[in-house]
Design a protein around this ligand. Structure first.
Ligand code: FE
Ligand code: CA
Length: 513
């Protein structure tokens, strides 16, 4: 265990002692460090809810783009959880040490709350008070809630578009938000017009911290974090474009690559509302985990980047070369796959959601006679994909719903075990969500649309506008609304619903709403 991981755990265990109804009042913190004003410029966040609590997060950063601006000392931060937005009926409070080794980030795993209700939370450090955030606990594990409403999002390139979609998302009446990766992009700043990344291509702790901080300074993103608990997972741009396991897509030597990965993973943890079970240790970090919304829905949050084998056929979108059929190839890695299938076999949920990064449907990307497939997505890992879809079918897993991001476009797909047998019944349903900002203003009818639909009859919808996906699940029906904003290159785009689809419980596959 490295030193900073030990320090984090020590600070966390002092939290455990302090968190149990600490008698220390918010106003009576030790004034041990002289902090510049406004340490809460990155806002607050919550995540990974359970029936009795959730994580609350903030990071002290009075100078967000310049390494944070807090002296390299431990700073005590107080936190409170209340039953009301005015923070008057406090039901949990404590203090936590913000450690310089972890960028003065604060993660509190709040426990002992009532199930299935909303709470508000707030931090205080050396005289300054954070914005108030809102989070909810999950329904009791054995209950069947009447409805779940959540949104999922991905791909928020800061330079390519404004986060207008998050302004709208913050005003929806959701239970939670799922983020499927490309939370930041790693490229150097300055080449694009709209707004510029701070710093060079990310390599150092400071580079990564300043970049995450810059994204978190966006008021719309802050509002969406403050409004709901989030389940987050990464894709590739949090670290390196199209990376695969311990293999660099950019030709870095393995040692150098893993050193960079350790840096990227640490800073990702520092900036996300994650539990200690996801604490990184060097270049490894466990993000795959399971969150249940009573017996209505189970979310298996997956990591298809850290454990995958290399992309076949030289990566990119290519005609099949045989490598896509390699039975040893894996997107999940053996351990995560076993964990997933075991959890699915035991799941009591009506809806089983795989919250992951890349599209599962085997979409032929070349209109007409010729074929090509994205080797970075599940079609590049055919045997792994078939194993999972066969498992859904053979074990009669209730209502599998795959959600994905990555490709900056919306898709609604029937998932078949064998995509060459178009008479086959769907065994699961896939919704791929477009980007928040990446790619700039998109198109309601992309130029390849007709060809895509003609070659891939299991694709029921596709567009490339920006936005997010809203899902409402009840015991009988799932509804997906593709929520879009027509432009992100100037502010103020209204929210519209580009298309809606339903899935009936017990009958996998996309149907018109
Ligand atoms: Fe992306
Ligand atoms: Ca074709």
């Amino acid at each position: 265990m490295n030193v900073s991981r030990r320090d984090f755990l020590a600070a966390s265990s002092s939290l455990a002692a302090a968190a149990v109804w600490s008698s220390r009042a918010l106003g009576a913190l030790k004034q041990n460090v002289k902090l510049p004003d406004q340490p809460f410029q990155l806002g607050v966040a919550s995540g990974d809810p359970s029936p009795d609590g959730f994580v609350i997060w903030t990071r002290l950063a009075p100078k967000p783009l310049e390494g944070g601006g807090v002296p390299a000392e431990a700073v005590e931060v107080a936190w409170q959880v209340a039953e009301d937005e005015a923070m008057s009926r406090v039901v949990a409070k404590g203090t936590k040490v913000a450690n310089p080794d972890w960028a003065h980030a604060v993660h509190v795993e709040v426990q002992g709350l009532k199930p299935d209700r909303w709470y508000w939370y707030q931090f205080k450090a050396v005289g300054d008070t954070s914005p108030v955030g809102r989070a909810r606990t999950m329904p009791p594990a054995d209950s069947l809630p009447a409805a779940l409403k959540f949104a999922f999002a991905s791909c928020q390139h800061f330079e390519q578009g404004l986060f207008t979609a998050y302004e709208h998302m913050a005003k929806e009446n959701l239970d939670l938000v799922v983020h499927l990766g490309d939370y930041i992009y790693e490229a150097a700043g300055g080449q694009r017009g709209l707004r510029s990344h701070v710093g060079p291509k990310l390599t150092t702790l400071d580079d990564y911290r300043n970049r995450h901080a810059q994204y978190k300074t966006d008021p719309a993103l802050q509002a969406a974090h403050a409004a709901y608990p989030w389940l987050v997972t990464w894709d590739d741009h949090e670290f390196e474009d199209n990376c695969a396991g311990d293999i660099s897509a950019k030709g870095l030597a393995r040692d150098e690559f893993l050193k960079l990965r350790a840096t990227a993973y640490q800073v990702y943890f520092e900036h996300m509302p994650l539990r200690r079970s996801s604490l990184p240790s060097g270049p490894t970090m466990q993000l795959f985990r399971r969150i249940a919304f009573g017996r209505l829905a189970q979310f298996d949050v997956l990591d298809t980047r850290q454990y995958r084998t290399d992309q076949p056929c030289g990566d990119g979108t290519k005609p099949p070369c045989g490598g896509e059929l390699d039975p040893q190839a894996t997107l999940l890695g053996d351990k995560q796959e076993a964990w997933l299938l075991d959890g699915l076999a035991k799941s009591p949920a009506t809806w089983n959601v795989q919250a992951q990064q890349v599209m599962m449907a085997r979409v032929d990307q070349t209109p007409g006679e010729k074929e090509s497939y994205s080797m970075d997505q599940w079609p590049g890992y055919e045997m792994n994909r078939r194993r999972i879809l066969k498992f859904f079918a053979e074990r009669k897993i209730a209502n599998p719903i795959v959600i994905a991001g990555d490709i900056h476009s919306n898709w609604a797909n029937d998932l078949l075990v064998n995509f060459d047998d178009l008479d086959g019944r769907p065994v699961a349903t896939e919704f791929v969500g477009t980007s928040i900002a990446s790619g700039g203003d998109g198109a309601a009818r992309p130029s390849k649309l007709e060809g895509i639909l003609a070659d891939n009859p299991f694709v029921k919808f596709h567009n490339t506008q920006r936005g997010y996906v809203r899902c409402t699940a009840t015991p009988k029906q799932w509804k997906t609304d593709f929520q879009i904003v027509e432009y992100v290159t100037r502010p103020g785009a209204p929210l519209t619903t580009a298309a809606s689809f339903v899935v009936e419980a017990g009958r996998p596959g996309v149907q018109n709403a």
